[in-house]
Design a protein around this ligand. Structure first.
Ligand SMILES: Cc1cc2nc3c(=O)[nH]c(=O)nc-3n(C[C@H](O)[C@H](O)[C@H](O)COP(=O)(O)O)c2cc1C
Ligand code: SF4
Length: 497
């Protein structure tokens, strides 16, 4: 660090001391986002100042513009702010439904209300239930890898981030790419009103870690990242402790394990954007192919899965029971994140759900004074399902093309206006678009304005936007936003004009 100038104020001096302390823990430029978050934490939530950023850039041998680009790309860095970055009412869809417009924009995924301190299954309890047995097996006999991969195929494990890509196929692609791969656990969970990964990590962190370590052994990786939302603060402590226990027990020999935080934007969870942020660059998606399985973190083959995907693969080898999350080891169980106008919102593991309306009963019924008006299914670019459809067989809705995505179910009341709900969803997508490509940046903003404006809805505009965004957006955020607008413009299925 350059010396502190004589003109420095006490605040400058304190900031420079914080930067020096953070850099002493590691000054790899790939850690730039993490370094900026650590400086923010050391300053009580206030982001790094311009002078501090310039000093940091010099120390990391970055152009000032490179450091500035990263500092301003991630809301959680809180660059040059005067007030702390703190969880507050976000004003997004669920907040808006329940509390009206709030607007600070940082409390996403607390849509199930205040919660007690999590009490995860301990390392000792996990081991006592047979945990880390599969890891021990493959560490003792690397030849078991082929058999474990085969069991994954037979088990028909699929990705749980929404698309449902076969897990074994992804692992095979990484192995086929050659070289030394990297494993990434995607715990960004930035999708609107989804809290399933939080539920798993709060209850059974070792189940996720064991699966990631087994994956690393099977594909021959030497590095494992756990990438977790910045505002899942209790989970950071849980995972740090868990990683120490694993390393202390000699279960991670030859593997570098690292917890990294994401930067407070939905796009951070998109796999190529996530990898960019791990490399110290802004989280902007890149065109695929090449897919991360062949060319990911630092150009290396990369196996990246959602938290729930990792957790559930342990079932293929005989997962361990004993925590609330263990219900998910039954392949027939689906984890729904239920929020909105219900009495008991939260994560709801469900086996054989027959009708969406049954989720309301599981979640304690409708709040006083409200009748079911419908649900938003599948997240921020999901579908608005009417109350009548919620009472139809779910199988029929799925046959007609409904996608459950990551299992989000936002329940609204009969007096809630579907167009206002769609407007909030569009506003969220417009805010979270990374802005890199025109169809998404301009299209989401147009759609948000059109839906929020008074008067008849311009259906033709929605149709045009849907076509352009669906075809010309670079990543799935823009393409899914296009599909969302396309559904809204279907007569009888969309929102009223
Ligand atoms: C805008 C956007 C945000 C995403 N956010 C997440 C996320 O928070 N967590 C996640 O696991 N996948 C997220 N994904 C999907 C990832 O790109 C990737 O496909 C996924 O992590 C693969 O996991 P799976 O193989 O377990 O299904 C997101 C995708 C997009 C387009
Ligand atoms: S589609 Fe949207 S979020 Fe994706 S790269 Fe383009 S602008 Fe960014």
């Amino acid at each position: 660090m350059p010396p502190v100038p004589e003109t420095a104020t006490p605040a400058d001096t304190a900031e420079w001391a914080a930067i020096a302390t953070v850099l002493a823990r590691g000054d790899d430029r790939g850690r730039l986002l993490e370094i900026l978050l650590e400086v923010r934490d050391a300053k009580g939530g206030i982001g790094i100042s311009q002078a501090g950023l310039l000093a940091l850039a010099e120390r990391l041998r970055l152009f000032p513009s490179e450091a500035y680009e990263v500092a301003t790309a991630f809301p959680a860095v809180n660059y040059a702010a005067t007030t702390p970055y703190a969880a507050d009412g976000c004003g997004d869809l669920v907040c808006g439904l329940l509390h009206g417009a709030l607007g600070a924009g940082v409390c996403r995924n607390r849509c199930d209300g205040p919660r007690p301190e999590p009490v995860p299954r301990s390392f000792a309890a996990y081991r006592a239930a047979g945990g880390y047995g599969q890891l021990g097996r493959i560490m003792a006999d690397p030849g078991a890898a082929a058999q474990m991969l085969e069991r994954l195929s037979v088990h028909q494990a699929v990705g749980r981030a929404g698309v449902g890509f076969p897990v074994a196929e992804k692992w095979r692609q990484v192995i086929a790419a050659g070289g030394t791969p990297v494993v990434i656990v995607n715990g960004d969970e930035g999708e609107l009103a989804i809290f399933k990964d939080r539920f798993i990590l709060e209850n059974d962190p070792h189940g996720v870690i064991e699966a990631a370590l087994v994956a690393a052994r099977v594909i021959g990786a030497d590095q494992v990242f756990l990438y977790v939302r910045d505002d899942y603060v209790p989970i950071h402590a849980i995972l740090r402790q868990a990683l120490m226990e694993v390393a202390g027990a000699g279960l991670a020999e030859g593997l570098a394990l690292e917890l990294r935080r994401s930067g407070g934007a939905f796009i951070c969870g998109e796999e190529t954007a996530l990898i960019a942020s791990l490399e110290g660059r802004p989280a902007r998606p890149v065109e695929r192919p090449p897919f991360p399985t062949a060319c990911g973190y630092l150009g290396r083959p990369t196996l990246l899965h959602n938290v729930e995907t990792f957790y559930r693969v342990t079932a293929a080898w005989g997962g361990t029971l004993g925590s609330p999350a263990s219900a998910l080891l039954d392949p027939e169980v689906r984890l729904f994140s239920v929020s909105g106008r219900v009495c008991a919102p939260g994560p709801k593991p469900m086996r054989g759900l027959l009708r969406l309306a049954d989720l309301v009963e599981i979640a304690g019924g409708m709040q006083d004074g409200h009748a079911l008006g419908g649900m938003v299914i599948g997240g921020s670019a999901g579908a608005l399902v009417s109350a009548a459809d919620c009472y139809r067989p779910l199988a029929d809705l799925l046959d007609e093309g409904l996608r459950l995505g990551t299992g989000g179910a936002i329940v609204f009341g009969a007096t809630d206006e579907p167009r206002a709900i769609a407007a909030r969803m569009a506003a969220y997508l417009a805010r979270e678009s990374c802005g890199q490509c025109g169809p998404c940046r301009i299209g989401t903003a147009h759609a948000s304005r059109a839906l929020a404006a008074p008067g008849p809805l311009d259906q033709h505009l929605l149709e045009d936007l849907a076509a352009v965004m669906g075809e010309a957006s670079l990543c799935a955020l823009g393409r899914n936003a296009g599909r969302f607008l396309g559904r809204l413009s279907i007569p009888g299925r969309g929102v009223s004009a």
